[in-house]
Design a protein around this ligand. Structure first.
Ligand code: F3S
Length: 398
């Protein structure tokens, strides 16, 4: 891999130990995957934030680093709402460790708006063809597929290294040839809303880590594409997908149809709504409903607020979003919370240990359906946003 003189100096430790470690990680990855050089990135999004997933070893590793990031960088969701963790039922010891992790990242100049939807944040707008180093799988999928940017599915340490160096190794989805679709998915029915998450949940299992191109009968919105991509990344490991006539690369580059085809029909989609991903063999009643996986967009917050307006819920319901989006729309937060639902920021139903306190969760996200049983040991059911609200038990008008 070719390094500039300046990069060589960093690799030799002349810019300090932290930058040396960071560039070593990038060069090692570049050598493994055959990169020719390092390329500048526009922003980084760094996973490995929840104390539930990184523990004390992760906290120690981050705390030992010094220096400042060279590009805008932001964190993935933490294990709790950083302000309202007590209300979520998170214990004080966990909260203390979580605050230490976020503070350690902040010391490096990383923004502590913990979210999997950085593309809604001020200062993180993404343009077609931008090179990024993002690590949360749904954010990677959205930026590659919906925004036409270029990022690999970075691990926490490699995204952090890229943020510190301001560059990443030029391989994988940064290259034209790695972005071409290799499997066609024919969708033989009209889809709407959570059907897209169900499609991703189903198709991801067959597609694995390959690049698919979807041929659809309906035209998905950006929020629907967000749900599709998140589910594809969770049930498979899809980091980039195309939708004929919709997604930017497919529109600009006019790909040839791949030879292999997967067909999905209405009955396949309906099956996802009917099954419960079980923990144990006892069917349990839903005791929590969660929406906002990935974190809600302003439009989704608006839609949920309109649906909850004047209602009172009987069951626990979380609406997960970023703190920046929640802070931008206090009137929507207020309407949602008046119903008894909680607007949960900085975290989500998968990465917070508070989710483990429930028995059965209804979700409207194919990604959450994949991960809630394995990560939280909680059974999961799938429903549309309307069904989720109904399941939360609308008692009366407030
Ligand atoms: Fe985001 Fe958590 Fe879902 S990180 S994509 S809300 S599992």
């Amino acid at each position: 891999m070719h390094l500039t003189r300046e990069e060589e100096r960093t690799l030799n430790g002349e810019d300090g130990e932290t930058l040396q470690k960071a560039i070593e990680i990038l060069v090692a990855l570049g050598d493994i995957y055959g990169a020719d050089k390092l390329i500048p990135i526009k922003s980084a999004q760094i996973a490995g934030v929840s104390y539930k997933t990184i523990g004390d070893a992760g906290l120690e590793w981050i705390s030992d680093l010094n220096g400042k990031v060279k590009v805008p960088a932001v964190l993935n969701p933490a294990g709790m709402d950083m302000l309202r963790w007590e209300e979520m039922g998170v214990d004080a010891e966990f909260a203390k460790k979580q605050h230490e992790i976020v503070a350690a990242y902040e010391k490096l100049g990383i923004q502590t708006k913990c979210t999997c939807t950085p593309y809604y944040l001020d200062g993180f707008d993404v343009k077609y063809g931008d090179h990024l180093a993002w690590s949360e799988s749904s954010a990677v999928s959205y930026s590659n597929s919906v925004l036409g940017a270029r990022t690999n599915r970075e691990g926490g340490p490699s995204a952090l290294s890229a943020a510190l160096v301001g560059k990443t190794a030029n391989f994988g989805y940064h290259l034209d040839e790695m972005r071409e679709p290799v499997i066609a998915v024919d969708v033989d029915c009209e889809l709407t809303g959570s059907d897209y998450g169900a499609l991703g949940y189903l198709a991801g299992k067959t597609i694995g880590s390959r690049v698919p191109i979807f041929y659809m009968q309906s035209k998905p919105s950006k929020d629907e594409l967000k749900s599709l991509g998140a589910a594809l990344a969770a049930s498979g490991a899809v980091a980039l997908y195309h939708v004929e006539g919709v997604s930017p690369d497919a529109v600009k580059l006019n790909y040839e149809r791949p030879d292999e085809t997967l067909s999905v029909g209405k009955e396949d989609i309906l099956e996802v709504y009917e099954k419960t991903a079980m923990i144990g063999d006892e069917i349990r009643d839903t005791d929590i409903v969660t929406v906002g996986c990935p974190h809600c967009s302003p439009d989704e917050m608006q839609k949920i607020a309109a649906m909850l307006h004047g209602k009172t819920l009987q069951k626990e319901m979380w609406v997960c979003t970023s703190r920046e989006v929640a802070d931008r729309y206090p009137e929507l937060v207020n309407t949602i919370e008046k119903s008894g639902a909680k607007v949960v920021c900085d975290t989500c139903m998968v990465v917070s240990p508070a989710a483990n306190n429930f028995q059965c969760m209804m979700v409207n996200s194919g990604k959450a359906l994949s991960y809630v049983p394995s990560m939280c040991k909680v059974s999961a059911k799938y429903g549309s946003i309307e069904k989720c609200i109904e399941e939360a038990g609308v008692l009366d008008e407030n």
